[in-house]
Each structure stands twice: as C-alpha cells, then as structure tokens.
Ligand binder design. Structure first.
Ligand SMILES: Cc1cc2nc3c(=O)[nH]c(=O)nc-3n(C[C@H](O)[C@H](O)[C@H](O)COP(=O)(O)OP(=O)(O)OC[C@H]3O[C@@H](n4cnc5c(N)ncnc54)[C@H](O)[C@@H]3O)c2cc1C
Length: 501
C-alpha cells in the first residue's frame, strides 16, 4: 500500500500523510475508540476529493470524512483514509443579510462563523459546547445542537441546502425541490436520478411510510439522531404532508459522513436574541425532583432548561477555573436546574421568574432561586458547559463514560423513563451522572465504569442494549445530538426495526 500512497500523494495538490506520528494523532476522536487509520489526506481542491474517492474505490478502502474530530461516538475513527477538511476548507463564501442565510465551506468553525455574522445582528442558532473548534460539516454530519435547542432546534432545522461529492466522483446539490423538479430528477440517467427514484419507490408506498413513522421517535422529540432521518422525508415533504417540497439535505444532516463528502453548506441564520436575558438557578434538594420541576419550568417559555447534578457540582468544587463560576451555588443541592429567559424587558423576566418560583414552591420543589442577569449568566453557562471536562478528571480508573449519554424522550415521559433507567443502574450497582439538556427531554447519562476491567467492558455493551430497549419502549431517540457512530451503530436495528434498517 505504501507504493500506492506515494502515487496518490503526487496526484494531490493537498497533502497525504502516513507517518506513524500523524496516524496516531488521527486514531481517536472524543470517544472511547481507537483505531489507527491507513493514511490521512488533507485535500485542497474538489479534484483532490475526486482523486481520493477514485483511489478508495480502486483499492477497496473506506474514506472517513473528518472536520474537528470532536465526535463522541467514534464517527471519525476507522481503518481507512481519514479525509480531514479542517485545513483548506475554512472560507465563509457569502453572507446574505437580507434573507438571513450564509454559504460556507465545510471547515468553517462555529465561533468564527458567529463572529462574522454578529456584525449583521445575526448568528447560527444551534450551538455546541465545542463551538470554539467544531466545524460546520461536523455539525451537519452529526446534526448537532445544544442548550438552546428548545428555541433553535438542531443543525438540520437550519440547513437550506448543501453540495456533496458522491462515490461517482460528481458533486451534486441537495436542497428544496418541488414535485415537478423531483420528478424531473427521477428521469436522470445518473447517480442522482437513481437516488431520487429510490425515494420515489420507497416513499410512495403507504405501508412503507407507516412502517417508517411507527418505528421513529415520538414526533414531539426535537432531538432525533438515531439512524437516517427517513421519517422526516415522510412528515416534512409532499409524500406525507401538505408540504410542497422535498429536501434530501435534511437526511444528509445526521448521516455522519456515510454518504459522501460535503463541499459547501447553505445555512439559515437567526437574529441575535432580545436584549434582556437572565437565568434562574433552581436549587433542588433531590436529583430526582428535576424531572418534574423541568415540566413546571417549561410552562414559562424559557429559552433553555439545563441540569447539573450533585456529582458534577462536586467536581467543580476542586477545579480552580470553575470555582469563580460557582458564585450562585448555595449549600449542596442534589441538582440545579438552569432556567434561562430571553425577554424584551427586565420586568417581563422578573414576572416569569417569580411565577415559576411560586409554582415550584407550591409543589415543594426548590429551596433557593437566585436570578443571575446579563453578562454574569456567562459564568453560569461556563459552569454548566464544564460538565464533561470536569468529569473526565475524576480520580481513579472508574470514570463516567459516554455510552447512553445521548438519549432523548418526550419531556412528559422523562420522570417515568428515568425511574426505569435508575432501576437498570441499581441492578448493576452502578453510579451514574446526570446532566445537560433536560428541557428537550435529553439527559447526558454517564454510568461510572472502569473500562480497564474486562467485566465493566462487558457491562458497557449490556447497559447499551438494555437502555436501547428502554428508549424504544418510550418511543425516544437513542441519540439526541451526538450521533450513533461506532458506539450506537449496532443498536439502530433495535431502534428503527429490522425492515426499515
Ligand atoms: C466536550 C464535548 C462537548 C460536546 N458538546 C456537544 C454539544 O453541546 N452538542 C452537540 O451536539 N455535540 C457536542 N459534542 C459533540 C461534537 O462536538 C459535535 O458533534 C460537533 O458538531 C462535531 O463537529 P466536528 O467538527 O468535531 O466534526 P467531526 O467529529 O470531525 O465529524 C462529525 C461527523 O461529520 C462527518 N463529517 C465531517 N466533515 C464532513 C464532510 N466534509 N463531509 C461529510 N461528512 C463530514 C464526520 O464523518 C462525522 O461523522 C461535544 C463533544 C465534546 C468532546
């Protein structure tokens, strides 16, 4: 293969690396997986990407598209050629301030995009805790979202269209098509025509549509990243709704680099939030109270509801960086709910916060409700976002692991679901950390396991499977934002059913 790589290297205007040091750097992402790739390519042009595709086909190798490599489920770890677009694909192509959209190359970093948009009073709605490094193709690949998914949804919701090079080496654009345009595509004698004919064939049959919908997460769940988003090609298109269009880019969002290499992305932008913002840090005595307290908080139209449990809060105590961000924490709460309000005036926020506090107190939930205003809210969010980082520093070999850290169920089912989840943890005598996006039914649940111990490695899979069945029972999504990757890929048939799979 080395000889072949030498030939490939010469054919690229970008770079190809296959020295041990580079390969080791690319053997991991942010997951528990490690596999050394055969080579790492840094393509500079579309021709380079086509050359890589042809080379992979000739040599029966896989290509692994990679942006910043912050995936948590092993999406960018594999034994093929890693195609890293982070170096040469970072240009913002066009900002349209009138119609609020932006066209970017795949390697634009989210924070940099938002800095450019801020000048025009705009920003990209979905955010991740990795916003200072994650890139737009990575966000599309994983259909990422963050603390404000309650109001901004996920990346898919803001994706207008994209360009992607498929395995025939041709770049296609996927965006809104009218029925007439869709039918015209079906007539094409090309890969594109074949793709649209496939969807025409599958989605025009009523029994297929029913099977897809019945095996998909509850439609009220905004965070839905398990498998390909086939259900949305039914519910959001002329195949199964009043919609006049069909947009295949909605399925490419969340496809985790399995369909082609994205070369350009057109995204919707939103206006900067209203002037006034504040968070109420609802202190709860017991962690289990948060699931019902969340339902009360949601009645008051917050922009976000997030959770930190006592394990995370305790970890931040000994962390020098985080100590200053704990200024609002009183006592040793079992959990804190961070309820954020965006409003036009301070008075509106005060009214909402007071009404929420009154209702929580009436049900004996919460003992301290500080309101944190304006820029100070940044510290609260910094504490909340520190979650995963501080957990990784837990002493000893047993660590809170990413395995079932991404489940989402309908918020009203969360109390019941979490009761059953806790029973699974109790059955295996496991501690578990709970944090993050409770307002949208997603909690990052991290059982504490020692992956150096073969017994816990076995348990890792057992827990994964049992929780997959539990999520299915509640019609939830096994992945709400992090994607399936190698971690959850094997459970997709459980979630979507064998036929749809
Ligand atoms: C500490 C920490 C906190 C996190 N917090 C969040 C969070 O709040 N919300 C959230 O949603 N996620 C979160 N994540 C997960 C991760 O940061 C996001 O999924 C992020 O959007 C991935 O971006 P990336 O640039 O790192 O992409 P990568 O990890 O490089 O890739 C992501 C996927 O996109 C595919 N891809 C990349 N480029 C292309 C391309 N050009 N063409 C086709 N496919 C491509 C890859 O193959 C892969 O499947 C977190 C991760 C960490 C480590």
């Amino acid at each position: 293969m080395k000889n072949n790589f030498e030939v490939l290297e010469k054919a690229l205007s970008g770079e190809l690396k296959y020295d041990t040091s580079t390969l080791l750097q690319y053997a991991t992402d942010a997951s528990a997986y490690r596999e050394v790739p055969l080579a790492v390519a840094l393509p500079k042009t579309k021709t380079d990407i086509v050359t890589l595709i042809n080379f992979a086909k000739e040599n029966n190798l896989s290509l692994i598209p990679r942006a910043a490599g912050t995936s948590l489920a092993g999406q960018v770890v594999g034994n093929g050629i890693v195609v890293d677009i982070s170096k040469y694909w970072g240009k913002i192509i066009e900002i349209n301030t009138e119609n609020h959209w932006v066209k970017v190359e795949p390697g634009v970093i989210l924070d940099e995009l938002n800095m450019a948009l801020k000048t025009y009073g705009l920003f990209f709605g979905p955010e991740t805790s990795t916003s200072n490094r994650c890139m737009m193709a990575g966000m599309v690949g994983n259909n990422s979202c963050g603390s404000h998914s309650l109001i901004y949804g996920s990346t898919r919701d803001h994706l207008i269209s994209l360009k992607m090079i498929l395995d025939d080496g041709i770049e296609y654009e996927f965006g809104d098509l009218t029925r007439a345009e869709f039918e015209a595509k079906c007539e094409l004698n090309s890969k594109e025509g074949k793709i649209y004919r496939f969807f025409m064939d599958v989605l025009s049959k009523g029994n297929n549509r029913t099977e897809i919908i019945e095996n998909s997460p509850d439609p009220t769940i905004k965070r839905r990243n398990t498998g390909y988003a086939l259900d949305l090609l039914v519910t959001d298109t002329f195949f199964g709704s009043d919609s006049q269009t069909f947009n295949l880019s909605k399925l490419i969002a969340g496809s985790e680099g399995t369909l082609g290499i994205i070369t350009e992305i057109k995204l919707n932008c939103v206006q900067l939030p209203p002037k006034e913002k504040a968070v109420v840090a609802v202190h709860l005595k017991e962690r289990n109270q948060t699931f019902k307290a969340n339902l009360i908080a949601l009645k008051f139209n917050p922009s976000a509801v997030e959770m930190m449990d006592n394990v995370i809060l305790n970890c931040t105590k000994g962390n020098i960086e985080q100590q200053k961000n704990r200024f609002f924490v009183q006592g040793d709460p079992g959990a804190i709910l961070i309820v954020e309000f965006y409003r036009e005036t301070k008075e509106e926020i005060e009214i909402a916060a007071k009404a929420m506090e009154t209702e929580l107190m009436a049900t004996d939930m919460g003992y301290h409700f500080p309101i944190i205003w304006g820029l100070e809210t940044g510290k609260v969010w910094a504490l909340r976002k520190a979650g995963l980082g501080v957990l990784s520093n837990v002493e000893g070999d047993a660590k809170p692991v990413s395995l079932v850290e991404d489940t989402a169920v309908a918020v009203d089912k969360l109390p019941e679901y979490m009761e059953e989840f806790a029973q699974i943890m109790a059955k295996y005598h496991l501690d578990c950390v709970y944090h993050a996006h409770i307002g949208t039914g997603e909690l990052h649940l991290r059982p504490v396991l020692n992956l150096k111990d073969p017994k816990d490695v076995e348990l890792f899979r057992t827990i994964g499977l049992e929780v997959a069945h539990l999520v299915k029972k509640y019609r939830g999504s096994l992945s709400g934002e992090h994607g399936d990757g190698r971690l959850r890929g094997e459970f997709i048939p459980v979630m979507v059913g064998e036929k749809v799979y």
